[in-house]
Design a protein around this ligand. Structure first.
Ligand code: BF8
Ligand code: SF4
Length: 655
């Protein structure tokens, strides 16, 4: 069916969209056709922050606005289009920062419970990282036990959420110049919760009505996400569950198995999924599965939970955001267990057409018509077993209407900051030096973080793949997280062989020498904090300036949709990174707000936003920015030289 081919570039996805249509199942792809975005709300020009509205303040169509007309474009309370757009934008940041940070809080709470011995099944796995964090946070080590040290760390981390004064401790990990800039600008976050609450206060009717001042608070809350909540989540998860190291995995709906119980773990927090991974290996569970006629239990991940359990256990990835409904359409998913974030409410509806059980687990995220098995970290093993048992018992109820797409692709994941450091530098002198050297000598032009979601308003995975291929072709090393990472993995970009096939000569040469793919999977969205740490490590290693904004780096989310993506983008920009988003831009209803984000932020923070829906053009904006930074560093000539060398080499080879 030609129509499905206009919705995704991935064959497994296309097949399942077709099957959904044949089965009479309505998916996000259909709903995106019938529900068009509101042209006023989508550009930030609709305010519903009080009962006098919603007030709409759209730009006049097709003509320049006179100053008089401009003055009349106000909400009932007098709020201008700038105030309305800025308020809407920073409320997105508040929600995104809250999502990541509440995740971080849950990890900190579990960390404390584990340290106290009150959470059976959880333990300190990465002792080295525990001790490193203790040093960073000034926690006494001496001859204290790991649990004693962990308890102090957990309590310090948890206190960061409610901190009322001072600034977040992890800000000290940023380059010194950046820290000073944040302080000078007054955006160094105090407590994580405090900054989010302050957004909600300031955007209440009749409070902060200066768009620049509103955006400044948005920056403060976003930094509290990246250098606070998200970083706490990543660090403590690594200590509890292990810091990722290179691991072979597989991705796409083809990882589902006809003869086994298929249990999909979907959502974000690895607290539950880690336990489910353990429960699925339990001989008692495996026996139970066999007694029901299955050959075993096949776990697969969806969305960021998938990334978490892939990075640490090699559990296969069933798919990214827009494939969640389609996994059920295969007819072989016996249960899908979800926790928080990016979970479509349509899942139970679709499940009714097949036999799949949808299980919610978080008291924060229930779905009408789903089964709820509350996850209690104090009884985690039992909760996890109950979930696995529910899937097993549902296996015999599978219908005949099943189809598993054959597509599945290999990938190497597990590129934490520590792993990159180790792989580049070797066991005895782990460092970013070889990366910096290869950037300075021009083999690697720069580094790009390509992250974020799928969006039903754009062709599934198309922009991710086009952008990433264009970047590596131009010798830009790509770091990835979230659904974007999965899109690249599906396209075969995350195996070492991809270097020779897709990367420019300089990048390919480095990848082949070190033995890494040209596109590195760094984890879930919350792990974008790893990219901040990697960028800081590049600064600290020397030769590339003294701040993140000096580095030849850029960021992008070509298919973004979630509010978390906006928070991530804002903390990257405020950390000094040029960041380009695709699909749509939520402040286009106000020229002033958009100009501030796209231009003025560069003057203040050295990083700025851009909006470019064409992924190739967007990739070239990133490359231009990288080249601009290379020039400022005085290393642009080195690259010309190396390319010349290669040209000469080719000529010699041709002789
Ligand atoms: O945190 S990339 S669609 S799954 S929001 Fe969601 Fe976007 Fe995927 Fe993970 Ni991130
Ligand atoms: Fe309208 Fe002002 Fe109320 Fe917003 S806060 S809905 S602009 S009256």
């Amino acid at each position: 069916m030609a129509e499905a081919e206009t919705k995704s570039i991935d064959n497994a996805t296309i097949k399942m969209i077709e099957k959904a249509a044949a089965d009479g199942v309505n998916t996000a792809f259909d709903r995106a056709e019938t529900m068009k975005p509101c042209p006023i709300g989508s550009v930030g020009s609709c305010c519903s922050n009080c009962g006098q509205g919603p007030c709409r303040v759209p730009l006049p169509k097709g003509k320049e606005e006179t100053p008089e007309e401009r003055k009349k474009r106000k909400g009932v309370c007098g709020a201008t289009a700038e105030t309305i757009a800025a308020r809407n934008f920073i409320r997105m940041i508040a929600s995104g920062a809250a999502a990541h940070s509440d995740h971080g809080r849950a990890v900190a709470e579990l960390f404390i419970a584990a340290a106290k011995g009150e959470a059976s099944g959880y333990k300190i796995t990465d002792e080295q990282k525990l001790l490193q964090l203790a040093l960073d946070l000034g926690v006494k080590i001496g001859d204290r036990s790991n649990n004693e040290i962990a308890l102090d760390i957990g309590q310090i981390a948890l206190a960061e959420f409610g901190r009322q004064e001072g600034e977040l401790l992890f800000l000290k990990r940023a380059p010194l110049k950046r820290q000073e800039l944040w302080r000078k600008q007054g955006v160094a976050p105090r407590g994580i919760d405090r900054e989010i609450v302050e957004i909600m206060h300031r955007t209440h009717m009749g409070v902060d009505q200066d768009y620049k001042n509103l955006l400044k608070q948005g920056t403060r809350a976003a930094l509290a996400d990246g250098w606070g909540g998200s970083m706490i989540a990543t660090e403590l998860q690594d200590i509890l569950f292990g810091t990722p190291t290179p691991v072979l995995g597989q991705v796409n709906l083809g990882v589902l198995k006809e003869n086994e119980v298929n249990l999909i773990i979907h959502g974000h927090e690895p607290l539950l999924s880690e336990m489910i991974v353990a429960a699925a290996l339990d001989p008692e569970m495996v026996e139970l599965a066999k007694s029901k006629g299955a050959r075993g239990i096949n776990l697969a991940g969806m969305c960021c939970t998938a990334n978490e359990i892939l990075m640490r256990h090699g559990v296969p990835l069933a798919g990214n955001f827009l494939q969640q409904e389609l996994a059920i359409v295969t007819g072989v998913v016996d249960a899908m267990v979800v926790d928080v974030q990016c979970i479509m409410q349509s899942l139970p509806d679709i499940a009714q057409c097949y036999h799949t059980k949808i299980i919610t687990t978080s008291p924060k995220a229930k779905i009408t018509d789903a089964i709820h098995i509350e996850f209690d970290e104090h009884k985690a093993v039992e909760s996890a077993k109950e979930v696995v048992r529910t899937a097993i018992e549902n296996f015999p109820k599978r219908g005949k209407n099943i189809c598993i797409p054959k597509e599945k692709t290999d990938l190497i994941a597990g590129f934490s900051h520590e792993t990159i450091n180790y792989l580049l530098g070797g066991l005895f002198r782990a460092s970013y030096r070889p990366l910096n050297d290869n950037i300075i000598n021009g083999r690697i032009r720069g580094v790009a973080g390509v992250v974020g979601c799928n969006n039903a308003r754009s062709i599934h995975n198309e922009a991710h793949n086009a952008m990433v291929k264009e970047l590596i072709k131009n010798d830009v090393l790509v770091l990835q997280t979230g659904c974007s990472a999965m899109a690249s993995a599906m396209a075969g970009l995350m195996v070492p062989e991809a270097a020779a096939k897709y990367a420019g000569e300089g990048l390919a040469e480095v990848c082949e020498t070190v033995g890494i793919p040209p596109v590195l999977h760094m984890g879930a969205c919350v792990d974008n904090s790893r990219i901040l740490i990697a960028a800081t490590a590049m600064v600290k290693d020397g030769g590339l300036g003294d701040d993140i904004s000096d580095l030849p780096v850029a960021g992008a989310a070509p298919e973004w949709m979630s509010e978390k993506a906006i928070s991530i983008g804002q903390y990257f920009v405020a950390s000094g990174v040029f960041t380009v988003f695709g699909v749509t831009w939520p402040t286009l209803g106000s020229k002033e707000v958009t100009d501030f984000l796209f231009k003025e932020m560069e003057e203040i923070y050295g990083g700025m936003w851009a909006f470019e829906p064409d992924p190739i053009k967007a990739a070239h904006l990133m490359i231009e920015h990288i080249d601009k930074k290379r020039k400022a560093l005085g290393i642009d000539k080195a690259r010309e030289r190396i390319l010349y060398d290669m040209e000469m080499r080719r000529e010699l080879e041709a002789v």
